[in-house]
Design a protein around this ligand. Structure first.
Ligand SMILES: O=C(O)CCC(=O)C(=O)O
Ligand SMILES: [Fe+2]
Length: 119
């Protein structure tokens, strides 16, 4: 197993277990490198699950709840999940989470928002 990565072992053939259940990340951004196996799905506004098909050399950026708060709902936190690979296949992904501090200040009635983030 490569170091610093998440290992999703294959699910038992008779089950449809998920590697990670549906959730939103709580931080600002998650930067994700997934291998060619796939399994990451994002939920649309119509509640459909859409495959985030792996693109070689590309990263996935997942907006988190802090980002949604900091942008006052302009950028939404993405509901997502990971479906485990079929029997006999392993999936690897390397996530990096950008967390940070949110500051909101009212200046003459105008809401000013700033944040500092780090990996
Ligand atoms: O492994 C993935 O593709 C996503 C993992 C994830 O959603 C998480 O760690 O929050
Ligand atoms: Fe996540």
């Amino acid at each position: 197993m490569p170091t610093g990565s998440d290992d999703y072992p294959p699910r038992a053939a008779e089950t449809a277990d998920q590697g990670v259940g549906a959730h939103k990340d709580y931080g600002y951004l998650a930067l994700l490198q997934q291998d060619e196996v796939g399994g990451l799905q994002v939920q649309s506004e119509d509640s459909d699950w859409i495959d985030a098909v792996p693109v070689p050399g590309a990263f996935v950026f997942n907006g988190g709840e802090m980002l949604e708060i900091a942008t006052q709902g302009c950028l939404k936190a993405t509901q997502h999940r990971v479906v485990s690979p079929q029997s006999g296949v392993h999936r690897y992904s390397i996530p990096a989470y950008i967390a940070g501090t949110l500051a909101q200040v009212k200046d003459n009635g105008q809401l000013l928002t700033s944040f500092s983030g780090r990996l």
